[in-house]
Design a protein around this ligand. Structure first.
Ligand code: FMN
Length: 177
């Protein structure tokens, strides 16, 4: 199975990228590509920019990566209860490509983490409700609160219950898809 993993962050030390990379490690038998939004810098969406220059090549490239994947692993940060601007902007540009939805019918493991106790629960709720309209089939959701306490670069998720929860959700995805 071809898997595309990414975080909705442009932080070079993104905790969401660390989480999605950990989740990807459970797919050792699959072909996993992990993208970084820093490699997909593009202007803020503006009507006149689209008319003058068209959709940025990087948005087209990212959409092509989605199209080639059979499963998406995504972890998004929460900024003021919502998507970070960099991720929303990417989705807005991709949504301008004709005859496709942003996630083009792909199944998705949807995650969020933050250092706070709610673990990005607000953005996760927004994404879970919205993404089906954007062409994602959300198979499972997962939230990791208090990232700093619950995650370690070497060992991944430390909290046994949370670790087991992610593992079993991934098992479920593997068995049913
Ligand atoms: C502008 C801004 C708004 C934020 N708002 C929230 C928030 O609403 N909820 C939350 O849990 N964390 C919030 N945070 C903290 C982020 O979750 C934290 O910076 C996290 O590390 C971002 O994820 P990343 O490292 O993957 O980029 C906010 C951070 C910034 C810079």
């Amino acid at each position: 199975m071809k898997i595309l993993a990414f975080a909705g962050s442009n932080s070079t030390v993104s905790i969401n990228k660390q989480l999605v990379t950990f989740a990807a490690s459970f797919f050792a038998e699959d072909e996993v590509e992990i993208l970084d939004l820093n490699d997909y810098d593009m202007p803020i969406y503006k009507r006149e920019t689209e008319i003058e220059h068209g959709i940025p090549q990087k948005a087209l490239d990212f959409a092509a990566k989605i199209d080639a994947a059979q499963l998406l692993l995504l972890s998004t940060p929460e900024n003021n209860g919502n998507f970070p601007a960099v991720f929303k902007n990417l989705m807005d540009w991709i949504s301008r490509i004709k005859n496709r939805k942003i996630f083009n019918g792909k199944p998705m493991l949807l995650m969020a983490t933050s250092d706070g106790g709610r673990g990005g629960a607000s953005v996760l709720e927004i994404a879970e409700k919205r993404f089906p309209y954007d062409g994602a089939e959300v198979l499972e959701t997962f939230s990791l609160p208090r990232f700093k306490d619950n995650f370690d670069q070497e060992n991944g998720i430390l909290d046994p219950e949370k670790r087991e929860e992610l593992k079993s959700k991934i098992e479920n995805i593997k068995q049913n898809h």
